[in-house]
Design a protein around this ligand. Structure first.
Ligand code: MN
Length: 438
């Protein structure tokens, strides 16, 4: 349900399109991204999304529009990735955000009447978005009880959840080099598969290619020195912001290779992120206390317990369009809809557990939630669950059936937050089309 906005509580933003009720990027959002302008190719810069436009931070700095910000913040905003900004602390992130708010609203620092306004405010559609940070390390979790239970019950009907699952956020160290941005084609991977689980395997293109609906979050602030832990209560200070993430997965490859050390080549070929990093500060009004634990769940160990812990209510939608549908201009079919609030383990717990050994984190490291599923069938965040291993196919708008992804299919994930009395803020899109195996 779309609620009417209370305009009286809003800061007035003069940028066209920024107050559209169904837009992703009102003045309350101000996500950070990195992009190339068409007139500055090969020169990635930091931008802030606003309405249908984006503010070029390096250009702003060149015209003196960042005067008043601490020099370390201005220097970070002139960099070609977000790592410099991520390496600062939450007070600096707040200062940068407040400064940008000032430029885009009608106060003393407004650039509405500035002679160079059109040089710094660029049409968003003209930008070539990039992966927003140089990601040093990437870790993927398995934080949804619904997902873990669904998948577990397919493969281990007698014991869907392993004995450790409710005690620690299960995860694996993923691959940073193959993280790509929205719109990058995904080449169907090759791999070993075994029809019987007992071998011998064959080698060839994966037949069971899948998506995983996830939220990723970037580590920010000073990294912890090796040997030092980050407590669950301190963890939120290190959450720079979130993106949508699609952890493309080759299920047939995964099934043969995952024992005993977990996912490997079934997930190392590509992960797609949405380009705009929505800051924790922007998400704060949409956070709710959490996680919700059921009667009978074990008590959390102390190092994972924090009374003020929270989850974020981000609605997440997965859309699928075949090549034929795209050629005919047919709207994509929705395959699932869920919320990031439905996770069992929080971002703070994932980070606290990750560093519980003294593992050192660095600004720009990316952590991801694992597939987000909810209680209902329509909340299932991957094809494996949604079609129950292919036994309950989905019918697309062109009349064809899908058990897993076919060549030419384009998958789009969208995410947004809504709450009574607050504007909608969104993440933009995380898209990828499947190319044939090479
Ligand atoms: Mn995953």
């Amino acid at each position: 349900m779309r609620r009417k906005l209370d305009m009286t509580t809003e800061t007035h933003c003069w940028v066209p399109g920024a107050t559209r009720a169904d837009g992703d990027f009102p003045i309350q959002n101000l996500p950070w991204g990195v992009a190339e302008r068409s007139d500055r190719q090969g020169e990635p810069r930091i931008f802030v999304a606003i309405g249908d436009s984006a503010l070029d931070m390096a250009e702003c700095a060149g015209f003196g529009m960042l005067a008043g910000l601490a020099p370390r913040i201005e220097a970070a905003l002139r960099m070609p990735t977000l790592n410099g900004l991520m390496a600062l602390d939450a007070a600096d992130w707040t200062a940068a955000r407040a400064h940008v708010t000032g430029l885009l609203t009608s106060g003393a620092h407004s650039i509405e009447k500035h002679a160079r306004r059109d040089a710094v405010l660029i049409a968003r559609a003209s930008l070539k978005m990039q992966v927003p940070a140089a990601i040093g390390d990437y870790t993927d979790f398995y934080a949804s009880e619904f997902h873990a239970t669904n998948v577990g019950s397919m493969f281990r009907p007698n014991q869907p959840l392993m004995p450790n699952w409710k005690y620690l956020p299960v995860g694996y160290h993923g691959r940073a080099s193959s993280i790509v941005v929205d719109g990058t084609p995904v080449v169907r991977p090759h791999g070993q598969t075994s029809a019987t689980d007992e071998g011998p395997p064959t080698f060839g293109p994966s037949k069971l290619l899948d998506h995983e609906l996830e939220v990723g979050f970037f580590f920010g602030g000073a990294g912890n020195a090796m040997g030092n832990r980050i407590s669950v209560a301190e963890a939120a200070k290190h959450l720079f912001g979130c993106v949508i993430l699609n952890d493309w997965s080759a299920r047939d490859v995964q099934k043969w290779e995952y024992q005993p050390l977990g996912p490997f080549t079934a997930k190392n070929f590509c992960s797609t992120v949405s380009p705009w990093v929505v800051t924790l500060e922007a998400l704060r009004p949409y956070c709710i206390p959490g996680p919700s634990r059921k009667e009978g769940d074990p008590a959390m160990l102390d190092y994972l317990r924090w009374d003020n812990d929270f989850v974020v209510d981000v609605t997440l939608e997965v859309l699928l369009a075949s090549a034929a549908m795209r050629a005919a201009g047919t709207a994509p079919t929705r395959v699932s809809i869920g919320s990031f609030k439905d996770v069992y383990w929080t971002m703070s717990q994932m980070l606290a557990h990750h560093t519980s050994t003294g593992c050192n984190m660095r600004p720009g490291d990316l952590l991801a939630s694992g597939t987000i599923s909810g209680p209902a069938k329509e909340n299932r965040g991957c094809m494996l669950e949604r079609t129950w291993r292919g036994t309950e196919p989905i019918t697309l708008a062109d009349g064809t059936e899908r058990r897993f992804l076919q060549d030419g299919d384009e998958l789009t994930i969208r995410g947004w937050c809504e709450r009574p009395g607050l504007p909608r803020i969104g993440f933009g899109e995380c898209r990828g089309a499947i190319m044939p195996a090479r």
